[in-house]
Design a protein around this ligand. Sequence first.
Ligand SMILES: Cn1c(SCC(=O)Nc2ccccc2)nc2c(=O)[nH]c(N)nc21
Length: 277
Amino acid sequence: MSLLQRLSAAQSPLVMGILNTTPDSFSDGGRHNSFDAALRHAERMLAEGAHIIDVGGESTRPGAPDVSVAEELDRVVPVVEGLRSRFDTLISVDTSAPEVMVATASLGIDLINDVRSLTRPGALAAAVASGLPVCIMHMQGEPRSMQQNPEYQDVVAEVAQWLKIRADECMAAGIKREHLLIDPGFGFGKTAAHNYRLLNELASLQKLGMPLLTGLSRKRMIGDATGIGVAADRVNGSVAGAVICAMKGAAIVRVHDVRETAEAMKVVAATLGEQHV
Ligand SMILES: Cn1c(SCC(=O)Nc2ccccc2)nc2c(=O)[nH]c(N)nc21
């Protein structure tokens, strides 16, 4: 089934497993090992219940070095080919580069996941030409500086307004409305207070009429609330966040800890599924 078909059939959010292809995410740093390790990681996430694998070639952490398009292509294209040939899974590509969108669209991906919402030169045209569903995400500023001093009058209203305007611009450029997903961008130019206000009022974004994708897994906002400094140790808080997103209407949750999240989504499905007893 296509991504959109899966979304409409689901009783609880689809689980999007995060697959990092950046060599620094593997101890040896070698390219070959990174490829094998990435495919093994994807295989494990699929076995644990992931519906979508999100393949990213560029780290968007504050302070992360810029990655050339060539380097991003080198990391992402082989992994997408490997996933497509080995597994039956939905694939999203986490990129802002039009060249990467074009290259991976021809390989058969199911979603463009651009944290910059197609604002790079050529990205909007590439997304329109691909005919693929696109997730647009709110970010205040740029990854390098976005966390220095995030400020809003009303973060929920401003994020909603920004997403509506950007969605309208994408539709005006030729992206079909049913191909647009929206995302509040937890951690992208927000303080902990901003992030938790957005989480608490997530349901209000449903008025925009597009499926919600959320990604708070292992992020600083979870660390702030739990006092856990090491990202990989933030599993319980991340699963709690995914459940809150699910109960407030998220259609896709982007996570590191697939097994734990997929189990939690079964409890969500049991809860939300009981509409007519
Ligand atoms: C690619 N991508 C990212 S990368 C940032 C990240 O995971 N940081 C992070 C991860 C682990 C620990 C600390 C920070 N976040 C989103 C999101 O929230 N929504 C969508 N749609 N895509 C996204």
